[in-house]
Design a protein around this ligand. Structure first.
Ligand code: ASP
Length: 400
């Protein structure tokens, strides 16, 4: 009988082949964009299609299965504290990394730069936008935070209604199983998706990376790496009761997927599967991960720290200590507001730059290769979520 390669290995092979194909196609980026990328887009569309029902039903069924509102509260608080603390550490690492590399950043002739920043919403609007005003719209527009609020609200109501809601519980659990199966079917296609997504990126960006941007890219990737190795290893080891090596091994398929798709939300299904495999509690995973894919963006925070320093140094601006503190605060908020889709973090960079009076035009400096920053930051983003699900699972297990 033929033995099938595990999906993780298939995805890895697809990644390597995609990079090789991309390198070979460097002179023919149009071909890669026109004929290979569409298949990656089809795959991503399928993932996007499944992600709303997965988040809705898995959070509802997660909340219901806890049967106790206090338990949801205790998990919620641990999760939010973990997310906020790791994000703040991430920006500090980004700022320190940016400062260490500052000597290598060029001071550029910046007069020709233009970047149209889409205005970032004021903070109160951001808060208002968490709450849905309509039952259908959050689902049809995939506004994830609103979907999460909906799911938690309905989940609480089901717990409070009690016996009378028994059919609803059955229905939700059954739909949850159906959509999970659907997701599994779509994920079988991920090697093809990964190949078709990474190949055009390499074909288009390959040569740009060799230019003066290599240094800032390197700075960001070193910070991504350090943050994962230091912060998540310590968290998983001390609070998660797990060896970091085992954690990163189990996390690898989701990391590869995040790297090629640059979307936390898109990676959510595969991340959920991976965490359960590593022993995270299912009901906790189904709550912590969708929330993390929406609000916890450590990689994005690092990127914003590094880029703020880079842009400041290109304009010959010396950032003061209070300005750095401002960056830590705004970048934490900005990373919460960043959607888990490709390119979102760059838009939020505008908010960070404005907060310390740096020209938003500076984004143009890094915009050309944003995708390459994005791939790395998404890997960090979803790894942070996964580490949280293991930590919270372990803490709850100890308690209970
Ligand atoms: N692409 C990132 C993510 O999905 C968000 C970002 O652009 O920083 O996690």
């Amino acid at each position: 009988m033929k033995k099938k390669l595990p999906l993780a290995i298939q995805i890895f092979i697809a990644l390597v082949l995609g990079i090789i194909a991309g390198l070979l196609l460097q002179g023919h980026a149009d071909f890669a964009e026109n004929y290979i990328k569409p298949f990656g887009t089809i795959f991503l569309n399928l993932v996007k299609f499944i992600v709303v029902p997965i988040v809705l039903f898995s959070i509802m069924s997660g909340v219901i299965s806890m049967q106790d509102i206090r338990k949801v509260g205790s998990i919620g608080i641990k999760t939010i504290i973990y997310y906020l603390c790791t994000t703040a550490v991430a920006i500090v690492i980004g700022l320190v990394g940016g400062n260490v590399f500052k000597g290598f950043f060029p001071v550029l002739q910046t007069s020709e730069l233009t970047y149209e920043a889409s205005s970032s919403a004021p903070i109160m609007d951001t808060i208002i936008n968490i709450f849905p005003s309509n039952f259908i719209m959050p689902l049809s527009e995939a506004t994830m935070l609103q979907v999460i609020v909906m799911a938690i609200l309905i989940g609480f109501a089901i717990i409070l209604v009690g016996d009378e809601a028994a059919p609803a519980v059955k229905g939700i659990n059954s739909f949850n199983a159906v959509f999970m199966k659907c997701m599994e079917m779509i994920l079988k296609l991920s090697p093809i998706g990964v190949f078709c997504l990474i190949c055009p990126v390499v074909a288009t960006n390959g040569s740009a990376v060799l230019g003066s941007l290599a240094m800032v890219l390197l700075a960001a990737y070193i910070c991504y790496f350090l943050h994962m190795v230091i912060v998540y290893s310590i968290a998983v080891r001390t609070m998660g009761g797990m060896s970091p090596v085992k954690f990163f091994k189990g996390q690898l398929p989701a990391m590869i997927f995040a790297f090629s798709s640059a979307s936390s939300v898109g990676t959510l299904p595969i991340n959920m599967k991976g965490c359960e495999k590593m022993g995270a509690d299912k009901e906790i995973t189904s709550f912590v991960l969708p929330l993390g894919a929406t609000i916890n963006m450590d990689g994005t925070a690092i990127y914003q720290g590094v880029c703020a320093i880079f842009i400041a140094s290109c304009y010959g601006v010396q950032l003061t200590f209070p300005q750095m503190i401002t960056i830590v605060l705004t970048a934490t908020l900005a990373s919460i507001g960043t959607a888990g889709v490709p390119g979102a973090g760059m838009v939020m960079l505008a908010m960070v730059l404005t907060s310390v009076g740096l020209p938003v035009d500076g984004i143009a400096l890094v915009a050309g290769i944003d995708r390459i920053f994005d791939m790395g930051r998404t890997v960090v983003n979803i790894t942070g979520d996964a580490s949280c699900s293991l930590v919270v699972s372990n803490l709850e297990k100890k308690k209970g």
